[in-house]
Structures are given as structure tokens and as C-alpha cells.
Design a protein around this ligand. Structure first.
Ligand code: SF4
Length: 178
């Protein structure tokens, strides 16, 4: 186990004094820098900044940031939820660290594709099979890791093989957990 304890800090972001949503930070007692390339290899939509030793990720409605000695999450309603969220992230780090010999670390800094770039490769039929009203809404969600390519059934058709390959490279759909 890499992380076995942390100190919790729950606060209102400076841009929202008095707001009803909070940010929370787990201050760690161990340096988790070494696990960041493994998280980068496995978390859909993660953005790794090797020079800054930081990895950011969106999960649900939360902006997550992993640094050497802290894990931060945004948009939590209360302290109990913050603890639950951060416990889940600590478990993710520990699980990824335990699996590191099965994984290939990635030091690549990925850029998130723009929604329009994604949209241009979708079928553009607005068929709603993905659960979204339009292909553009799907593109918006896919570009930030809130949808998977597999959520668009028409993309599996042979006619879209080329577009699907391009999308796979663009949104890094292959390696994902969580
Ligand atoms: S399933 Fe695919 S083609 Fe249909 S609306 Fe969603 S993104 Fe567009």
C-alpha cells in the first residue's frame, strides 16, 4: 500500500466565498510522484504534466488533481462526501500502484481534443442511441472523458471504421479504468 493515511483539508474556493460547494485536499505523508505515469496510462481523459509533477482528471462533477504530496477534488457538498471521494481516490492510487508491474507507464502529455474536432468524426445523425440529444452534446462529453466511444453504437459499423480509428487516437479510448 502506498498511501495509508492523509490529513484532510476542506475549504470554500477563494472564487466562491460563502458558496455551498467545497474543495477538499488530502495532504499525504508519502510522495506519490512515481504512480502518476501509471495513472496517466490508465485514467480516461487524464492530463499529465510531467514537468509540474501533476496529473489532472475529471470524474463525475469533480475536478481532480494529483500532486506529489496531495490529492485535491472540487465540488463536494460537505465534509463527509469529501472524505468518501478522497478515500476512493486514495484507493485508486493504491490499486494502480499495486498493479504497476502489469502496466506500461505513460509520460505523454495528452491534449484534450476540441468538441468540434470530435464532432466532425461522429456520424452526425443525432440518432440518440448514446442517450444524448445530439452528436454535438456527445462530442462535448467525449472530449472531457464523460463518454466512451462504445457509447455510440453507429460507430461500430464498417462504414465508420476510419472515423473510429481516428477518434480512438484522439480521445485515448483504449486504456481506461474508473
Ligand atoms: S449514438 Fe452516435 S450518432 Fe447517435 S446521436 Fe449519439 S453520437 Fe450521434
Amino acid at each position: 500500500m502506498l498511501i495509508d493515511a492523509y490529513d484532510l483539508n476542506v475549504f470554500t474556493p477563494p472564487c466562491e466565498p460563502g458558496g455551498e460547494r467545497y474543495s477538499a485536499i488530502a495532504r499525504l505523508k508519502v510522495d506519490i510522484s512515481a504512480v502518476l505515469p501509471y495513472l496517466n496510462a490508465t485514467l480516461r481523459g487524464a492530463v499529465y504534466h510531467q514537468a509540474a509533477n501533476a496529473l489532472t482528471w475529471k470524474k463525475g462533477g469533480h475536478n481532480i488533481a494529483f500532486h506529489a504530496l496531495e490529492i485535491a477534488t472540487s465540488n463536494v457538498p460537505d465534509r463527509e462526501t469529501a472524505i468518501k471521494e478522497l478515500d476512493g481516490l486514495v484507493e485508486l492510487v493504491n490499486r494502480t500502484w499495486a498493479r504497476r508491474q502489469e502496466l506500461t507507464p505513460s509520460y505523454q502529455k495528452r491534449q484534450r481534443p476540441t468538441p468540434m474536432a470530435v464532432y466532425q468524426l461522429l456520424p452526425k445523425t443525432n440518432c440518440k442511441q448514446c442517450g444524448d440529444e445530439t452528436c454535438y452534446i456527445f462530442a462535448l462529453k467525449l472530449s472531457v472523458g464523460q463518454r466512451r466511444l462504445d457509447d455510440c453504437p453507429p460507430l461500430l459499423a464498417a462504414a465508420y471504421t476510419s472515423q473510429r480509428r481516428q477518434l480512438e487516437e484522439m480521445v485515448i479510448d483504449a486504456p481506461a479504468i474508473g
